[in-house]
Design a protein around this ligand. Structure first.
Ligand code: FAD
Length: 421
């Protein structure tokens, strides 16, 4: 089953599978047992160019997609979760955030480190700010052309082995006024004031250190502050948005572990004999394996879809719809509401063109003059009816609820004459 992968993607997957089976698998159990970060595997991954794949070509990477990365992660996770994590974090997460929002010098420095095998660390979580990450208290005070960072982070993956650190902190200007949350790049061993004070004991992924970090008057040049286009005020949301690729990577590690376990189970049922035959011949086991394969394929497809949603260039900035589009629509459905272009209601029913392109469907086709959106010139016709769907079985059409009142119960939303409803 190729699951819609291109020949190039299948070739990359085959290369990763071969690497995983020949280089990683023989080391997997020892990495876990010895709780040592596998520097030999890091070197092999670097030589095989499985690190920094998503870094754009102009910074020395391969400009590969997140889907490419997902294919490699799965193969590594079948043999060793620590190796899979290294692939995640040298292609997604912190490095994607830097490539999305970093300045030229930041991108070059980060690319140089990652392409030489450094797995960047991202420092968000604090002892009193876990799920509620925005409650962080680590602070970065502007003093001239540096930021001075003080605080403590824990559960930092790679603490003690990573060199590049992306540190999230609450930013204060020179008058002590809080500006929001920003990201700061610091390199361990180059930056005074960054200390790894403890390693957390873990039940799994034991070759990957989870560290507690302390920042004491850590000075980061202002040029190493990661400021998204919308500034520090929305900084946390933007930085987390860019960081989100990491979650697809984490999901793929879990899926790869399951895929590896299923491979082992299938091999075992073929070689283990009971009642004079391989146990794979017993239907009860076949059903269990079929169920596992079904769930695994569903998970794989979801991860592929999530990875593909970011498009071909893995580390390009995430697409954000402009805030100004929230005020463009004056149609009957959205009039007087704060419907945004992010809402499905907007996309489903309104063609008042949040992107500024020519509208395809008018919100009030039977009376186009009632749609007062400035750019809504072409009334929709019955041909703009959406493909048949379950909502059409009901007499009541799908119409969005708008804040404070129901949307008009007419055919207007889909360009249908109300008599049809
Ligand atoms: C292996 C590992 C690696 C990690 N790596 C990193 C890293 O590299 N960098 C980093 O910054 N962080 C890292 N973390 C930290 C991770 O992001 C946090 O563990 C996570 O944000 C949860 O925070 P917490 O552990 O403090 O749990 P808490 O926030 O204390 O949550 C405890 C429980 O309460 C539940 N809960 C919390 N709020 C709600 C709510 N509103 N509604 C319902 N349930 C709720 C949670 O789901 C959880 O079950 C790592 C953690 C682990 C385990």
């Amino acid at each position: 089953m190729t699951l819609g992968l291109s020949p190039d993607e299948l070739a990359l997957q085959a290369r990763a599978r071969e690497f995983s089976q020949s280089v990683v698998r023989p080391r997997g159990a020892a990495i876990d047992r010895e709780e040592q970060y596998p520097w030999d595997i890091v070197r092999a991954l670097t030589d095989a160019k499985f690190v920094g794949m998503t870094i754009p070509l102009e910074y020395g990477g391969q400009g590969r997609s997140f889907l490419d990365t997902v294919l490699v992660i799965e193969e590594m996770a079948k043999s060793c979760t620590v190796t899979a994590r290294i692939v995640v974090e040298t292609n997604m997460g912190a490095i994607s955030t830097v490539m999305a929002y970093g300045g030229e010098a930041q991108k070059r420095r980060a690319a140089e480190l990652v392409l030489s095998g450094d797995k960047p660390a991202i420092c968000i979580t604090e002892p009193d700010a876990g799920s509620d990450a925005a409650a962080m208290t680590t602070r970065a005070d502007k003093r001239g052309d540096v930021y001075v960072i003080n605080g403590r982070k824990h559960w930092i993956t790679g603490g003690g082995v990573s060199r590049l650190h992306l540190i999230f902190a609450r930013v204060y200007d020179e008058r002590g006024e809080e500006l929001g949350i920003g990201g700061f790049l610091a390199v361990r061993d180059e930056a005074k004031g960054l200390r790894v004070v403890r390693r957390e004991p873990t039940m799994g992924l034991r070759g990957m250190p989870e560290g507690e970090l302390e920042f004491e008057d850590l000075e980061v040049p202002a040029a190493m502050a990661l400021v998204p286009p919308s500034g520090f005020r929305r900084g946390f949301a933007d930085l987390m948005n860019a960081y989100n690729s990491q979650r697809v990577g984490a999901g793929t590690v879990a899926m790869g572990i399951a895929a590896g376990a299923l491979d082992h189970a299938v091999d075992w049922t073929k070689s283990r004999e009971q009642f004079g035959r391989p146990i794979a011949e017993f239907q009860g086991l076949q059903w269990m394996l079929a169920d596992m394969q079904t769930q695994l394929t569903a998970a794989r497809l979801m991860l592929y879809a999530a990875a593909r949603s970011r498009g071909p260039g893995g580390s390009s900035p995430p697409r954000r719809r402009s805030a100004s589009s929230t005020t463009r629509c004056r149609c009957l459905v959205h009039a007087g509401t704060r419907a945004t272009s992010r809402s499905s209601a907007w996309r489903a029913t309104c063609a008042c063109s949040p992107s500024g392109a020519a509208p395809r469907r008018c919100c009030a086709p039977s009376s186009p003059q009632r749609c007062s959106a400035g750019n809504c010139r072409r009334p929709a016709t019955a041909t703009s009816r959406p493909p048949p769907g379950p909502w059409q079985r009901s007499k009541a059409p799908y119409l969005p609820r708008v804040r404070g009142r129901s949307a008009p119960r007419s055919g207007a939303g889909w360009g249908l004459p109300s008599a049809n409803l």
